[in-house]
Write a protein that binds this ligand. Structure first.
Ligand code: BTN
Length: 326
């Protein structure tokens, strides 16, 4: 069921390049002229250029480069991941949509993409800036078989998959900050959020949420993010094809997930360490309420980051955040 602004878009697309009067639209959509204007503005926010003239009505003069389901399906060469796709124009959070689909019994690999998220979520209850058409906002249903305590390994695995796909597709040398932020020159390019549904100490499913700043320019960022975040476009100087990158991520993710199922965490940990911005660096973290500082040594078998403190003691950091010291 299309909502009103999607119906309006359909009308404008059907008469692309010619005018359609406000009166016609209001009659066909069964809404007031004021509501037409409101939906036109909604589409403009999504990147559509719509000319408006009181005499002639509305005309779609340019459409943004939206993800097309058919193009994506043609580019994705996996067996499971992304074979079932939902491509949405706008949603509160793809995590929420994927979770509902997982609850309704949809299979592992189902992937939800949105052009825009109005309530994108990050780790620790933070908001995730997800403007229309400029990023990759995607969530994938995973139904892993391993015991609950290894869920954090999947977070690291997802970071490795995305980092490898970005390097291969764009040449941007992203690095992983433990556990799975992707950085370039100290600025955040991508965040990963793994949310799990657990019952009786058993993992029912996980939703792997991936947010990548792809084609943002500096002016697209709100002031508070300008110095902290970066995009693939800003780093490479090129407009990046999101379809190719999504296909590469799904392909890497499926291969690493299969490798993990066959051989366990050891090969994933080695790949993670090779892409890490944390290993060998001075790190500050908080362990059980106490701030500690030391040198990151590598991962332990569970995926925790091992920190050598200044007194020589080696301690694992299991959760939370780390700060990379200069
Ligand atoms: C972080 O805090 O670094 C994690 C950010 C994760 C953002 C992605 S965008 C797609 C998916 N949907 C959400 O609401 N969040 C994740």
């Amino acid at each position: 069921m299309m909502n009103k602004h999607e119906q309006l878009l359909r009308l404008l697309l059907d008469s692309e390049g010619s005018d359609i009067s406000g009166e016609d639209i209001s009659r066909q959509l069964n809404i007031s002229r004021t509501a037409v204007w409101k939906h036109v503005n909604k589409l403009r926010k999504l990147g559509y250029e719509i000319d408006a003239s009181p005499r002639l009505g509305y005309r779609l003069s340019r459409r943004p480069e939206w993800l097309q389901q058919e193009e994506l399906a043609a580019a994705i060469d996996t067996r499971r991941f992304g074979q079932e796709l939902r491509v949405l124009m706008t949603t509160a959070s793809t995590q929420q949509v994927a979770m509902e689909l997982a609850e309704s019994g949809m299979a592992e690999g189902l992937t939800v993409l949105a052009e825009e998220q109005t309530g994108g979520r990050g780790r620790f209850g933070r908001k995730w800036f997800s403007p229309p058409g400029k990023g990759i906002w995607m969530s994938i249903i995973l139904r892993p078989q391993q015991p609950l305590q290894y869920t954090s390994q999947l977070t690291l695995l997802t970071g490795v998959a995305v980092c490898r796909a970005i390097r291969q597709c764009t040449g941007v040398q992203a690095e992983i900050k433990w556990p799975n932020d992707l950085l370039v020159n100290g600025r955040k390019l991508c965040g990963i959020l793994l949310e799990s549904a657990v019952e009786d100490q058993r993992l029912r499913y996980c939703i792997a949420g991936i947010g990548i700043d792809v084609n943002m320019e500096t002016d697209d960022y709100p002031e508070e993010l300008k110095k902290l975040a970066t995009s693939l476009r800003l780093e490479s100087g090129k407009v990046i094809n999101r379809t190719e990158l999504i296909a590469a991520i799904l392909s890497e993710l499926e291969s690493l997930y299969d490798l993990y199922a066959e051989q366990g965490f050891t090969p994933i940990a080695s790949l993670w360490e090779a892409l890490s911005a944390s290993i060998g660096r001075r790190i500050r973290s908080v362990i059980r309420g106490e701030t500690v500082e030391g040198t990151a040594m590598g991962l332990d078998t569970s995926g925790a980051l091992l920190l050598r403190l200044d007194d020589g003691q080696v301690v694992p950091v299991f959760s939370g955040e780390i700060e990379l010291k200069p």
